[in-house]
Design a protein around this ligand. Sequence first.
Ligand code: HEC
Ligand code: HEC
Length: 199
Amino acid sequence: MKKIILSVLLTLGLSTTVSAAEGNAEVGKDKSAMCAACHGVDGNSLVPMYPKLAGLSANYIVKQLTQFKDGTRQDPVMAGMAAALSAQDMADLAAYYSSQKRTESAGTETALGKDLYLGGNSENAVTACVACHGLKGKGMAAAGFPAIASQNAEYIKIQLEKFRSGARANDNNAMMRNVALGLSDDEIKALSQYIASLK
Ligand code: HEC
Ligand code: HEC
């Protein structure tokens, strides 16, 4: 008897020391029905101003949902969606979307976009995007750098504008705000097209 209680306590203890909830992709798929109208059934949003969630890392998705809920990342639509989600819901949804394959997007590979992406602009203190998001825009999941390749161009443009104005301020150490501060409107357009064109 004592042994059983001990093992139950140990199991409970272990599961509470795991900081993030374990996500289940199958359960997440069921819970994603209310997200599909905007983000697509498989996380490939067909509406250009809404982000594709397919191919984002689970860590990144959980971070965003947590921050929409607590207001660190402000968006009236997503605040409403995230309000009802528990940590377990977020983990399950993240497991589902991160397991989905991102479809290709239409984008123009402009010279301006490519130069900025690969080389930055030292005059305006724009760090090259490649340093954190990688040559092909796949990001670095462990470091919290999201995959941006084949994201919807319109969504990318909106986010760069939000980082530049400070309307989006949930990036650790203002990493993205510092980068976006030196970008002109034309540069943001060119970068959005270039990134969407990355496969
Ligand atoms: C009515 C449309 C709508 C619905 C429904 C919706 N979303 Fe969103 N979602 C958005 C918009 C718009 C944004 C971008 C917000 C911004 O500009 O910051 C977004 C952003 C996100 C992001 C951040 C993506 C990124 O690349 O940073 C995640 C994660 C997300 N939504 C998950 C969900 C989940 C999970 C659900 C269902 C529980 C859901 N959304 C339902 C419109 C919607
Ligand atoms: C020092 C590292 C770093 C550099 C350099 C950097 N980024 Fe980012 N970027 C990040 C991080 C971290 C995030 C996610 C912030 C968060 O946690 O919400 C991000 C997010 C983004 C997003 C939003 C993705 C989404 O799904 O919402 C876009 C778009 C983006 N970066 C584009 C760029 C572009 C374009 C450049 C170059 C001009 C660039 N980044 C340079 C670290 C970086």
